[in-house]
Design a binder for this molecule. Structure first.
Ligand SMILES: [Zn+2]
Length: 58
């Protein structure tokens, strides 16, 4: 799995399917967001879509 450097979403692509930025293999921890409006972490990270996200991306 790779993580987008900008929006942190996890993907197997080398380019993020959502924002088009390059992805990286260097990430740590992940977060599953189901309800964006109820997740404080999602709000803090600026997540707007449900999905799997990396907590830390280098
Ligand atoms: Zn992205």
């Amino acid at each position: 799995m790779r993580a987008c450097r900008r929006c942190h979403i996890l993907t197997d692509k080398t380019v993020c399917p959502f924002c088009g930025k390059p992805t990286t293999e260097h990430w740590q921890g992940y977060l599953i967001v189901i309800d964006v409006n109820r997740s404080q972490v999602a709000k803090k990270m600026g997540i707007k879509m449900p999905g799997k996200y990396a907590l830390k991306v280098r």
